[in-house]
Design a protein around this ligand. Structure first.
Ligand code: ZN
Length: 132
Protein backbone atom coordinates (compact mmCIF):
# COMPACT_ATOMS: atom_id res chain seq x y z
CA UNK A 1 0.00 0.00 0.00
CA UNK A 2 1.18 3.52 -0.82
CA UNK A 3 0.42 6.50 1.39
CA UNK A 4 1.21 9.99 0.10
CA UNK A 5 1.84 12.61 2.79
CA UNK A 6 1.78 16.36 2.10
CA UNK A 7 3.98 18.79 4.01
CA UNK A 8 4.26 22.58 4.01
CA UNK A 9 7.66 23.87 5.00
CA UNK A 10 8.28 27.34 6.39
CA UNK A 11 12.00 28.03 5.99
CA UNK A 12 14.63 27.58 3.30
CA UNK A 13 16.43 24.92 5.35
CA UNK A 14 14.43 23.07 7.97
CA UNK A 15 13.95 19.62 9.53
CA UNK A 16 10.30 18.72 10.09
CA UNK A 17 9.45 15.90 12.51
CA UNK A 18 7.18 13.52 10.55
CA UNK A 19 7.21 10.65 13.06
CA UNK A 20 3.50 11.00 13.90
CA UNK A 21 2.51 11.15 10.23
CA UNK A 22 4.41 7.91 9.59
CA UNK A 23 2.80 6.27 12.65
CA UNK A 24 -0.61 7.33 11.30
CA UNK A 25 0.14 5.87 7.87
CA UNK A 26 1.10 2.56 9.49
CA UNK A 27 -2.09 2.64 11.59
CA UNK A 28 -4.25 3.47 8.57
CA UNK A 29 -2.76 0.55 6.63
CA UNK A 30 -4.07 -1.96 9.16
CA UNK A 31 -0.78 -3.87 8.83
CA UNK A 32 0.44 -4.93 12.29
CA UNK A 33 4.02 -5.94 11.52
CA UNK A 34 6.26 -5.21 8.58
CA UNK A 35 8.42 -2.69 6.80
CA UNK A 36 7.79 0.97 6.10
CA UNK A 37 9.74 2.74 3.37
CA UNK A 38 9.68 6.54 3.37
CA UNK A 39 10.62 8.12 0.05
CA UNK A 40 11.03 11.80 -0.87
CA UNK A 41 10.36 12.43 -4.60
CA UNK A 42 12.24 15.75 -4.73
CA UNK A 43 15.78 16.77 -5.73
CA UNK A 44 16.20 19.46 -3.05
CA UNK A 45 14.70 17.67 -0.03
CA UNK A 46 15.55 14.50 1.88
CA UNK A 47 14.58 12.27 4.79
CA UNK A 48 16.59 11.19 7.81
CA UNK A 49 16.27 9.51 11.20
CA UNK A 50 17.80 11.19 14.22
CA UNK A 51 17.12 12.47 17.73
CA UNK A 52 13.72 14.11 18.21
CA UNK A 53 13.98 14.66 21.96
CA UNK A 54 16.37 17.62 22.14
CA UNK A 55 15.62 20.11 19.31
CA UNK A 56 19.20 21.42 19.47
CA UNK A 57 20.27 18.29 17.54
CA UNK A 58 18.22 19.36 14.49
CA UNK A 59 19.49 22.92 14.85
CA UNK A 60 23.06 21.63 14.78
CA UNK A 61 22.38 19.45 11.72
CA UNK A 62 20.92 22.43 9.82
CA UNK A 63 23.69 24.82 10.94
CA UNK A 64 26.44 22.37 10.07
CA UNK A 65 25.01 21.46 6.65
CA UNK A 66 24.70 25.20 5.89
CA UNK A 67 28.33 25.72 6.92
CA UNK A 68 29.62 22.74 4.90
CA UNK A 69 27.52 23.57 1.82
CA UNK A 70 26.94 27.34 1.67
CA UNK A 71 24.01 28.80 -0.29
CA UNK A 72 26.30 30.97 -2.39
CA UNK A 73 29.53 29.56 -3.79
CA UNK A 74 31.01 28.83 -7.21
CA UNK A 75 28.51 26.19 -8.35
CA UNK A 76 27.89 25.12 -11.98
CA UNK A 77 24.12 24.80 -11.47
CA UNK A 78 22.75 28.32 -12.03
CA UNK A 79 19.24 27.98 -10.56
CA UNK A 80 20.49 29.36 -7.25
CA UNK A 81 19.76 26.16 -5.35
CA UNK A 82 22.89 24.09 -5.98
CA UNK A 83 23.49 23.85 -2.24
CA UNK A 84 20.01 22.32 -1.78
CA UNK A 85 20.74 19.61 -4.38
CA UNK A 86 24.05 18.78 -2.67
CA UNK A 87 22.48 18.65 0.81
CA UNK A 88 19.72 16.37 -0.52
CA UNK A 89 22.36 14.09 -2.07
CA UNK A 90 24.29 13.90 1.21
CA UNK A 91 21.25 13.13 3.39
CA UNK A 92 19.45 10.82 0.94
CA UNK A 93 15.96 10.39 -0.45
CA UNK A 94 14.68 7.38 1.51
CA UNK A 95 14.71 5.62 4.86
CA UNK A 96 13.35 2.26 5.98
CA UNK A 97 11.91 1.40 9.40
CA UNK A 98 10.48 -1.83 10.77
CA UNK A 99 7.37 -2.08 12.93
CA UNK A 100 5.95 -4.83 15.13
CA UNK A 101 2.46 -4.88 16.62
CA UNK A 102 1.90 -1.38 15.21
CA UNK A 103 5.01 0.09 16.90
CA UNK A 104 8.03 1.40 15.00
CA UNK A 105 11.20 -0.30 16.27
CA UNK A 106 13.06 2.87 17.18
CA UNK A 107 16.05 3.22 19.43
CA UNK A 108 15.76 5.67 22.32
CA UNK A 109 15.03 9.24 21.16
CA UNK A 110 14.80 8.42 17.46
CA UNK A 111 12.37 10.16 15.15
CA UNK A 112 11.91 10.62 11.40
CA UNK A 113 12.54 14.01 9.79
CA UNK A 114 11.65 15.50 6.45
CA UNK A 115 14.62 17.69 5.44
CA UNK A 116 13.78 20.84 3.50
CA UNK A 117 16.72 22.46 1.72
CA UNK A 118 14.99 24.84 -0.72
CA UNK A 119 11.84 25.99 1.03
CA UNK A 120 9.41 27.22 1.94
CA UNK A 121 7.35 24.96 -0.33
CA UNK A 122 4.57 22.43 -0.54
CA UNK A 123 6.21 19.02 -0.53
CA UNK A 124 5.22 15.40 -0.56
CA UNK A 125 6.48 12.11 0.73
CA UNK A 126 5.55 8.64 -0.41
CA UNK A 127 5.23 5.94 2.24
CA UNK A 128 5.11 2.28 1.28
CA UNK A 129 3.97 -0.23 3.86
CA UNK A 130 4.74 -3.92 3.42
CA UNK A 131 3.33 -6.55 5.75
CA UNK A 132 5.45 -9.57 6.63
ZN1 ZN B 1 18.09 23.28 -9.07
Amino acid sequence: MLYPIEISTHSRTELVDITEAIRNAIKKSGVRSGTCIIYVPHTTAAVTINENYDPSVCEDIVTTLNRLVPHSAHYSHTEGNADAHIKAAIVGSSRTVFFEEGKILFGTWQGIFFCEFDGPRRRKLIVKILGD
